[in-house]
Design a protein around this ligand. Sequence first.
Ligand code: ZN
Length: 173
Amino acid sequence: MLCCYCLGRIRPDESLMVIEHFVPQSDPVRGRSLELDWNNLLGSCNGSAGAPRSRQHCDRRKGDRTVSISPLDPRVRSEVRYLANGEVTSDSKTIARDLNDTLNLNVSFLVRNRKAVLEAFCDAQERKKPGAWTAHAIDRWIEDLTSGAELLEYGEIVVQFLEKKRKQKERAG
Ligand SMILES: [Zn+2]
């Protein structure tokens, strides 16, 4: 299972997982009715509990604040963009603020982890078969990364990178 915000690996038995109420229980209007709504319960990592607040992230950092778009909303995939340098960003100012401040998803270790996952993926493909970046291969990698039972930690940065490559191939004919 991956954290709904940072996409880092979480294991229920590690007791690091917190069940995240997307709309906080303290929300006067919706908090109570949504308390047991499955769509309002998401798994979050422990957000570096115990670290200084500047280094906390995800649910730990968010606290009772809300973010403008649910991690379950399909629009997340187009609104939230992962850069090859490991940073995560959005063209929407509101979502960018959620990412940078409310959830602190550009805290340095997360940026490093994402970049490392992307580099490891690219290196592995190059080692297996140098220059194998055909449109067909890219399609298959995307399929593998998005349909497996065990999703790749921070894998969305790889998927978005591949989708960009795929578009370039299309344009190049
Ligand atoms: Zn997290």
